[in-house]
Design a protein around this ligand. Structure first.
Ligand code: THG
Length: 259
């Protein structure tokens, strides 16, 4: 599993406040804690600042870079923010994200190519988010194909089923799991990712919902997640699930992690 730490996201009230007040120490502490928890990437998002997003993102990346060299996932729908992130972040960036909407696709492909990044592909087009499994799957299919034509090989693509809160409609659980299963069987060379904490918005004991869903999603073929790495139970469950899915020969990682 590739784990991307979700905590430096300006939609979280504490982060928005720390960014507004330029509280570098608070943000750096969270970067270090996520690194110590074992994440492979740190997601950075300044989207809550609207027209000031680029300035805030630039400051955030610089502040994070003072304390860790971990690769970053640049979380923005804006091509200019993604390009800025690439210039500041160093090697092995994940662009989070690209869609099949033509303007978005056309402006982001050159950034993927110039900086040789990985990319999270969201299966949505100009009509926005769909509820229809067949339609989402077919957009994913054409998005992966279009990226391929632009020279972006499947091993650089993370495909995302776009998890929505089950508190708004419980069909979103099976919808995401079915998509993950179909992505895994139809596009085995890509990776499957999700924004895990989305699933539990609006519910009590969100961690329980996130933990349970992550295990179900891993059993369906999920191999990367944007999630809270400071949830120790969740991190242990990732290790156990990997061993149970024969992704951890001799359970070595599990045993070492539990010692
Ligand atoms: N796919 C991709 N990127 C994404 C998402 C996705 N990026 C954003 C989001 N979804 C994943 N990141 C988060 C980060 C935080 C929360 C949810 C998803 C979250 N935060 C609580 C809140 O705002 O209520 C914070 C509570 C707290 O800890 O303060 O739930 O799907 N590609």
């Amino acid at each position: 599993m590739i784990i991307i730490g979700e905590l430096l996201n300006s939609t979280r009230e504490k982060i928005r406040k720390a960014l507004a007040e330029k509280d570098a120490a608070f943000l750096q502490d969270l970067a270090i804690k996520q690194q110590d928890a074992g994440v492979s990437y740190i997601d950075v998002n300044a989207g809550a600042f609207a027209e000031r997003e680029l300035d805030v993102l630039e400051w955030l990346i610089k502040v994070v870079r003072e304390v860790t060299d971990l690769p970053l996932s640049i979380d923005s729908p804006k091509p200019e923010a993604l390009a800025l992130g690439c210039r500041l972040a160093g090697d092995d960036v994940i662009l989070n994200s690209i869609t099949a909407e033509q303007n978005n696709f056309r402006s982001i492909v050159p950034i993927i190519r110039e900086f040789n990044t990985k990319v999270i592909a969201l299966p949505m087009d100009h009509t926005g988010l769909s509820e229809d499994e067949g339609k989402i799957f077919s957009i994913a299919n054409s998005l992966i194909e279009s990226l391929g034509k632009e020279g972006v090989s499947p091993d650089r693509i993370f495909i995302d089923p776009l998890i929505r809160p089950i508190a708004t409609n419980t069909v979103y659980g099976p919808l995401a799991l079915n998509l993950i299963r179909r992505f895994a069987s139809s596009f085995p060379e890509t990776r499957r990712i999700c924004g895990l904490s989305n699933v539990s918005f609006g519910l009590p004991k969100r961690k329980t919902v996130n933990q349970t869903f992550l295990i179900m999603a891993m059993a369906s073929g999920l191999d990367a997640a944007i999630m809270d790495p400071l949830d120790e139970a969740l991190m242990s469950q990732v290790k156990a699930a990997q061993a149970l899915l024969d992704l951890d020969p001799y359970c070595m990682n599990y045993i070492n992690a539990m010692r």
